[in-house]
Ligand binder design. Sequence first.
Ligand code: HEC
Length: 123
Amino acid sequence: MTQAKTERHVILASAFLLILFVGLTLFVSSIVRAAPSPDGAASTAAFRAKCAMCHGPDGSGSEVGKSMNVPDLRSLAVQKLPDAQLAQIISDGKGGMPPFKSSLSEEQIHSLVVYIRSLHQKK
Ligand code: HEC
């Protein structure tokens, strides 16, 4: 093998590796971006599991919730609260609502805030 040929092989091999690396990075980042979709299945499931027993699957309030005077999460009174306050209510609880900071991560709480926002649009 001549010197020139070896160099060409090295260049080809590194170009190949570079393309492979870029492709892999794009692939991984597309998966990562797809995972925490704001009002996707995960937050819907979390809402159904943790909140719907009082707030109803659509946020309007279940029978149990209505007996506790839960506000309609779709209402302007709730929707006008800033994200930070919604997140704080979810994490610390309020009145008859239990705190969730020990059972939900900050990200889960954030996606529930996004979910509550999406309820408003569906009304
Ligand atoms: C045990 C019943 C119960 C569960 C479970 C529950 N809540 Fe509540 N929630 C309440 C009650 C009662 C209130 C009204 C509290 C008040 O204003 O005194 C409330 C109020 C709220 C409010 C509005 C607060 C305001 O100031 O208007 C939001 C937002 C909320 N809940 C979100 C959630 C989310 C998200 C979950 C699930 C992680 C959840 N809740 C689970 C009972 C519950």
